[in-house]
Design a protein around this ligand. Structure first.
Ligand SMILES: [Ca+2]
Ligand SMILES: [Ca+2]
Length: 377
């Protein structure tokens, strides 16, 4: 029958629990006793409005209380005293709550509407969610790459790197230049025993990944209760004229769940009284590039402890130990003081960028308290 002209989107910050009984007050200015607002329920269903005993014209007929108040046998809308400001509208069909006045606005628009009588309007959310977007993840420059030096072993008693070596890596790298006393009349040799390695692959500072605006619904209804009186033809109810802002949708009815609207109630909203929205963006990260450490050497200076090129003609040549070759150091280390300077390995690939990770949309909108609102002119 009636079509669902407005259809809600799919399914946790619970933003709204319906303001039960919010609209239980009369629109009009009569002197009748106020209705009692219902208590909010856990599901957020709206409370029934107050008994429609209000509305009236001075001390005579009260126009929404369902009875003749002034003894002229004319109740509510049938009484000429109610000719202004009241009218007959389609009554709520069986099984439906009403009547209601409602205003449809874009989601998140403004504070809750205040119903006539001063209570805040109930909200029902409808329409599809806006897709979540995340700002692109970016990475800063690579920082903190470091290499461990190649390991060097030296042999005392062998000029050909035979036998058991002593690892000198720590000793030789303990300062920019390390000086030593002569070993004496003994053969010696040194060789790189293990290539340089990556001590730290470095890291890049990530940025980005901020979530963009993404409304969980396209629209929301602001709903006020409208008491219904008597004095109208069958199927009709006496209601106060719609207040400003609540007149566009005519009169409305409501039912829990998503239902087909009764015939004639052709403006349909399949909405929700409450929802949760835990959508977010996955945190950004940075995958550092593949870095390799290459090279690294130890230069041995004879005749001084200061890593100086020897001046005396009797001194041996400086020897650089790198790669895997065994270097005989007998004439450098044996007869004279000597010194060692370590040259660090180089990091290859450290000029490459980090690869950003993350930034994907996560989470979902969840929907609670499904409610159908149907309106007609
Ligand atoms: Ca009355
Ligand atoms: Ca009357």
């Amino acid at each position: 029958m009636a079509t669902l002209a407005c259809w809600a989107g799919r399914s946790p910050v619970l933003l709204l629990v319906a303001l039960a009984g919010a609209c239980g007050e009369s629109f009009t200015t009569g002197q009748g006793a106020g209705g009692t607002a219902a208590t909010a329920t856990a599901t957020g269903a709206a409370g029934q409005g107050g008994s429609p005993g209000q509305g009236g014209q001075g001390d005579g007929e009260k126009c929404l209380n369902g009875q003749d108040d002034d003894g002229d046998s004319l109740a509510d809308c049938a009484d000429p005293q109610c000719a202004t400001g009241y009218g007959c509208a389609s009554a709520a069909p069986a099984g439906w709550e009403g009547l209601l006045r409602a205003q449809a606005v874009a989601f998140g628009q403004g504070p809750p509407l205040v119903c006539p009588g001063g209570a805040p309007a109930e909200r029902v959310y409808f329409g599809a969610e806006q897709p979540m977007s995340c700002a692109a993840c970016k990475c800063g420059t690579l920082q903190g790459v470091s290499c461990s030096p190649p390991k060097i072993g030296c042999w005392k008693g062998s000029g050909e790197c035979e036998g058991a070596a002593k690892d000198q890596t720590g000793s030789f790298t303990s300062a920019a230049c390390v000086g030593f006393e002569p070993l004496g009349p003994v053969s010696s040799s040194c060789r790189i025993t293990e290539a340089a390695s990556v001590a730290s692959p470095g890291s890049c500072a990530p940025s980005g990944g901020e979530p963009g605006p993404a409304a969980p619904f396209s629209g929301q209804l602001e709903i006020c209760w409208s008491p219904a009186g008597a004095g109208c033809p069958a199927g009709k109810a006496c209601v106060a004229a719609a207040p400003a802002g609540l007149d566009a949708l005519g009169v409305c009815i409501r039912r829990e769940g998503h239902q087909e609207c009764p015939e004639g109630w052709s403006t349909a909203f399949a909405g929700f009284g409450a929802y949760g929205d835990n959508r977010d963006c996955a945190p950004c990260g940075c995958q550092p590039p593949a870095v390799a450490c290459q090279g690294g050497a130890y230069t041995i200076y004879p005749c001084n402890k200061e890593c100086q090129e020897p001046l005396e003609g009797s001194c041996a040549q400086v020897v650089t130990v790198s790669g895997g070759d065994c270097k005989n150091t007998s004439t450098l280390m044996g007869p004279v003081p000597w010194s060692v300077k370590a040259t660090g390995p180089g990091a290859v690939g450290a000029d490459q960028p980090c690869a950003p990770t993350g930034g994907q949309p996560t989470g979902a909108v969840t929907h609670d308290a499904p409610t159908t609102i149907c309106c007609r002119p």
